[in-house]
Structures are given as structure tokens and as C-alpha cells.
Write a protein that binds this ligand. Structure first.
Ligand code: ADP
Length: 463
């Protein structure tokens, strides 16, 4: 027998507060655009950092030779070697290491420990690789690395920069004001590795650069994984804070859009999650509504409240539901996706994860919670994409002149959850003019950020 109240005020309020009707979404897109402009005007001018990447030349297809890519910035760490075939062949042979999950204690340990760990993995990889004769490096030539480092970095050149702020659960000590590349170089030296970083790039930048190798119309790179971020190609003369450096041609701007924190549809659950279980409360509020690290946890908190005040699963509250991060984003997404009449998948996940038997009414409510979280996330991501597309349009008029414009997308949430993507695209198409919308293509560029980083190492080779 169900003890469920006939109405569920917690759910109704949550749905209402998460709602993002088109006019509100338009306001959000505009607010993001304002913060982009402010961030381009002066360092720290807006919530979006709009970081200079010093990537002024995108891959042309001529790149040739052996380059490496190191990827650090989320759940996993990865090494790869990339053999670039050059203009004639255009073939890329890409050898990847197994993804290594970063031990939790290293995420909040010292820089020495973290970079020592990376260098040791790198040393293993290099020791075991098999390079065809054509790609072997001449005597004395160092192996060059494109280092994908996906945290906000104050970059001072293509191969140097300092961490501005840690995100996504990382907080590494001993790096204040220190060049990230120097930290890695020291660790590599300590491991006797004769390698050097020639390009320090964000994963969004790697994704854009990698995608650009095959498609000239790629103008944006977006990641929706553990965290979220976006970069795009801008005109240098449209970047006031760059004027003292140089002013012609194009460059990539790393927006760090996850930092956007204004007028968002924030609920009590977002606030409580932010305060109780993130290492950067008050920051990255957009990221915390959009990306994989957080969606499950928001859902868990809503369900917990529904149990406590509306007896969602009867009189008792499942023990697991009180455990932080007990509901993964993956499970939340699986429940949202369940379109069976009886919501049997929802039932089995609740059973597995929370050890409850949920009746159909309870399963329906859980499904609505999941849908609300995913929908809000997808639509907010869509608003950010529109803000950037409109900025690109303002500078280039490419859409008005009928030119196709491609957004290269990657990240675990984007990749694995088509309904999130649907909500995201819906929002983009709601906000954009139809003729513009028809010219936008989203391309899932799976795992090209490493290739992009290696390509940028080639473009910026010291030899
Ligand atoms: P990272 O961003 O850490 O480099 P990924 O891009 O692989 O790594 O993203 C991992 C994130 O993707 C996880 O935090 C998880 O929330 C999300 N994710 C992974 N698989 C799924 C899935 N099947 N459904 C929804 N989200 C998923």
C-alpha cells in the first residue's frame, strides 16, 4: 500500500524552479554573452574568464611526424602517441594508453605527487611503445608533447601557464604561481624522460583543433563530461584585452563558461550541494547544473527531501539516499531514459542503488525528478552554445552568408546520454533564427582532444 501523499510539493516546486522557458533561456544566453564581452575586455571582467590560449594557428593538415599527447583534467589520465602522416597521406596513427584513473588522494595532494605519478605513467608508455622506422626521432631530438590540462590556466604563451583555480574535485597544493609545464618538466626529468611540452592546451581547445583537422567549418569546441567548458575561434581585433599583444588574424578563446554564475535557476538543492559537497562553493554554478559530476547528486538530494516530507518510498528513508553522491549521474540518466510504461528500469535502479521497492507512482515521481535535472542541464548548455554562436556570427557574419558552422562536442555526458543532447539542441534551435539554425551542425568528435593537442604540439614544434 502506498503511503504517498496525493501531491508532492517538493517535486512541484523543484520543477517550477528548474523551468527554463524560452524567454528566460534567452536572458541567460544574453547574460552569458555580456560576461563573455566583459571577460574579453579585461582580465577577470566577467564570470567567464575568456582565457587567451595562444593558439593562433589551427592544424592545416600538413602536420607530420611523431608527437605525444598527455591528457589530465577529469576522471582519467591518458597518454598517447600520434603519428601524423602529413598532407599527402593525411593518415593519423594514434596509439593510446589505457585510461588510468587518478587516485583520489592525488587529486588533493601535492603537485610533486601528481606530476610524479603522471611522469611514471608516461615513462611506462614510452618504454613499451613500438615506433615504425619512419617516425623514429633523430638522435638528440626530444619527443614533443601536447599537454591537455583541463583546468582554468592563465596562459602566458603556448607552452606555459599557471593554474587560476582548481575545479572538478581537484585541489593540488604547491602550484600557486607555478608554471604547469615546469611542474611536468621537472617530474619528467626526475624520471629520466627526455620529453618536452610544446603546447599546453585545454581539452576544449584540443577538441576544436582535432576536429578542425578534418572539417574547416569547426568554430567551437564544447565538453560536457565531469565538468563543462567551451572554446571558440575569435578575431583578435575583437578582443580588447589582447590589443597590446597583437591584433590581426584569429585565435582561440577558452571561455571557461562553467564559471558563469548569474540568474541561473538555482534551487535549494543546488545550494545545499554546493555548500556541503563541493570544494569550490559559490563558484562554477553553471557547471554545477550542467555537468556529470553533479547531476546525480542534485537528483539524490531532491529524492531525499521527497522521502522526508512526502514519504516517497513509504515511512522510512532509504539509508543509501543519505550518502553523498550515492546516485550517479549515469543512473540518474538511465532512469530518465526509461520510457517503459511501468518504469521497470527506474524500479530496478532504485532497487539496486537505494535498496527500495518503489511502487509505480513513486517511480513516476523519480522519473520526473531525473527528467527535470537533465532537461535543465541540457537547456542551459544550449543557451551557452547560442551565446557563443552569436558572438562568432557578430565577428564573422558566416551564418548570414550561408556558411555552415560546426560545434565539435565531446564528453561522457554528451556521448552517453542522447536525451540530454536532445534538450540541448532543442534549446539552441528555440533561440536561433531558423535560417541560422539550419546551418549549425553538432559533431560528436569522440576523443579527438588528444590528437588535437598532438597536432598543436606539431604546429608549435620547437624544431
Ligand atoms: P572527463 O570529463 O572526466 O574527462 P568524461 O568525458 O568521460 O570524462 O565524462 C565522465 C562523466 O560523464 C562522468 O562524470 C559521468 O557523469 C558522465 N557519464 C558517463 N557515462 C554516462 C552515462 N552512461 N550516462 C550519463 N552520464 C554519463
Amino acid at each position: 500500500r502506498s503511503n504517498l501523499d496525493s501531491t508532492c510539493p517538493v517535486l512541484t516546486t523543484f520543477q517550477k524552479e528548474c523551468d527554463t522557458p524560452t524567454p528566460f533561456l534567452r536572458n541567460i544566453a544574453n547574460a552569458i554573452a555580456d560576461d563573455m564581452q566583459a571577460g574579453l575586455a579585461v582580465e577577470g571582467g566577467g564570470d567567464l574568464k575568456m582565457l587567451l590560449t595562444y593558439v593562433d594557428h589551427l592544424p592545416s593538415g600538413n602536420e607530420e611526424g611523431l608527437f605525444y599527447a598527455l591528457d589530465l583534467g577529469g576522471t582519467n589520465f591518458r597518454v598517447r602517441s600520434v603519428q601524423l602522416g602529413g598532407m599527402e597521406e593525411r593518415v593519423i596513427v594514434d596509439t593510446k594508453s589505457e585510461p588510468v584513473s587518478i587516485p583520489k588522494e592525488l587529486k588533493t595532494g601535492t603537485s610533486k605527487e601528481l606530476f610524479g605519478f603522471i611522469a611514471s605513467k608516461l615513462a611506462n608508455f614510452v618504454a613499451n611503445e613500438n615506433i615504425p622506422a619512419r617516425f623514429r626521432l633523430e638522435e638528440g631530438r626530444k619527443r614533443e608533447i601536447g599537454f591537455t590540462f583541463s583546468f582554468p590556466v592563465n596562459q602566458t604563451s603556448i607552452d606555459s601557464g599557471t593554474v587560476i583555480q582548481w575545479t572538478k574535485g581537484f585541489k593540488v597544493s604547491g602550484m600557486d604561481g607555478k608554471n604547469v609545464v615546469a611542474c611536468l618538466n621537472e617530474a619528467m626529468e626526475a624520471h629520466g624522460l627526455d620529453m618536452q611540452v610544446s603546447a599546453l592546451v585545454n581539452d576544449t581547445v584540443g577538441t576544436l583543433a582535432g576536429a578542425r583537422y578534418w572539417d574547416e567549418d569547426v568554430m567551437m569546441g564544447v565538453i560536457i563530461g565531469t565538468g563543462t567548458n567551451a572554446c571558440y575561434v575569435d578575431q583578435k581585433d575583437a578582443i580588447p584585452k589582447l590589443q597590446s599583444i597583437s591584433s590581426s588574424g584569429t585565435t582561440i578563446i577558452n571561455t571557461e563558461w562553467g564559471g558563469f554564475s548569474k540568474i541561473l535557476p538555482r534551487t535549494i538543492f543546488d545550494q545545499e550541494m554546493d555548500e556541503a559537497n563541493t570544494i569550490n562553493p559559490g563558484e562554477q554554478l553553471y557547471e554545477k547544473m550542467i555537468s556529470g559530476m553533479y547531476l546525480g547528486e542534485i537528483g539524490r538530494r531532491v529524492l531525499l527531501q521527497m522521502c522526508e516530507s512526502s514519504h516517497l518510498f513509504g515511512q522510512s528513508v532509504p539509508v543509501n539516499l543519505s550518502t553523498r553522491f550515492a546516485l550517479s549521474t549515469k543512473d540518474l540518466c538511465k532512469m530518465q531514459e526509461d520510457k517503459t510504461d511501468d518504469l521497470l528500469i527506474v524500479g530496478s535502479i532504485l532497487n539496486e542503488v537505494l535498496e527500495v521497492e518503489a511502487n509505480l507512482e513513486a517511480r513516476r515521481r523519480v522519473s520526473q525528478v531525473c527528467d527535470t535535472v537533465v532537461k535543465r542541464g541540457g537547456r542551459l548548455a544550449g543557451a551557452g552554445i547560442v551565446a557563443i554562436l552569436e558572438k562568432i556570427e557578430k565577428e564573422t557574419k558566416r551564418l548570414s552568408s550561408g556558411q555552415r558552422t560546426v560545434v565539435a562536442m565531446d564528453g561522457g555526458l554528451y556521448e552517453n546520454h542522447p536525451l540530454y543532447v536532445e534538450y540541448m539542441k532543442e534549446a539552441v534551435f528555440e533561440l536561433l533564427d531558423d535560417t541560422f539554425a539550419s546551418l549549425i551542425a553538432f559533431k560528436h568528435t569522440k576523443d579527438v582532444s588528444g590528437i588535437g593537442a598532438a597536432l598543436l604540439a606539431a604546429t608549435n614544434s620547437i624544431y
